[in-house]
Design a protein around this ligand. Sequence first.
Ligand code: DWN
Length: 407
Amino acid sequence: MTACRICQTPLEPFMTFGKMPIANGFLSKEEFAGEYFFELAPALCAKCKMVQIIEQPDPDRMFHDHYPFFTSSSHYMTLHFKKFAEQILQDNLSQSADPFVVELGCNDGVLLQNFANRGIRHLGIEPSANVAAAANKKGVRTVTDFFNEGLAKKIVAEDGQADAIMAANVMCHIPDLASVAQGVGRLLKNDGVFIFEDPYLGDIVEKTSYDQIYDEHVFLFCGLSVSNAFSPYGLQLIDVIPQVTHGGSMRYVLAPTGSRQAKPSVELLLERERQQGLDRPETFKKFRENCEKSRRDLLAVLNDLRQKGKRVVGYGATSKSTTVINYCGITPEHIEFISDTTPDKQGKFTPGGHIPVKPYADFKNTYPDYALLFAWNHQVEIMEKEGEFSASGGKWINFVPKVEISK
Ligand code: DWN
């Protein structure tokens, strides 16, 4: 039996999504035969309330020198990180004469560039060499590595302690949270803050956005589990700030225990989570039923359109789409191709389902009858630029929070 990664309590999965490939493992035809699969099964820890997947592939299978996700592919996300940086500058760095900030998993430098451009001392840590290179190219000082206590010691020796350590859509990817917490403890100044944001479990449960569950997302955080996971390492949750990004995220602010007063927002969130049942197995039984319904409904729509001979194309070859495609059994018979703006994904096939990924021009030049919105978390940005598709009679298929067709 597997034990909880936080408190070692034995875990029982509350559902399985079946065999899954690497979510970002876009591949060529020649690679189909050797494709890697693992069992994607999430569990709730009865003791510390951390929701986590039972099995996670080795990090090297997921994060490497051809990782195909670049945060700055979204204009809205770029703006979001600009505002995030401005908030930190105002709330946490204004008192420091020569501030130093560190970002864990800085991707292509989209957040840190806002500090680099102001001449603020900074360091990005990014395990995927290709995206780290993109960050360095932008003038964001980045090292290619995984963060842990050893690296924290090295940074302290070379640059000193940090005023703020940040991570966005990163902490939920790291199975050994203890080693990160110890590293943060060593690297952070006594009056510093550790701020991270990730997709929020409360939104995932409420919206049945089960596609947030895939190999990279080893944890699905909420206030209760974050507080339980970090307090043994001397880090106290002092504020929580909901975010609209990625279909509903939470920003967690932690500080060395006792160094600051926790804001009332923390207790309010924890109470709301208890009311929502994020600490109870029944909630996840219901979640499983909701996932099954979503799968039935989506397949019914796609089968119906196939029978009617309609052209259906996917929009956004997201990591999340790997869970949807493989859990629902969506095939190239249902979806002709998926349009994606990322050059590294184009010309390849989706993991497991082997649906072709094509450049955006293929969508734009010959609009399909229907577009299945896999990148639903970027809906506002996408709808803003796709008015012509709707005007031409094209329809959208959505599946979060429920399966429906819209103009
Ligand atoms: O946590 C993670 C998040 C932050 O990013 C990672 N594990 C990996 C990745 O997850 P994702 O792939 O599900 O993220 P996105 O941001 O939903 O991916 C959007 C995809 O859609 C990208 O491949 C780019 C593409 N796209 C597009 O083709 N046209 C995006 C937009 C906004 C567009 O207009």
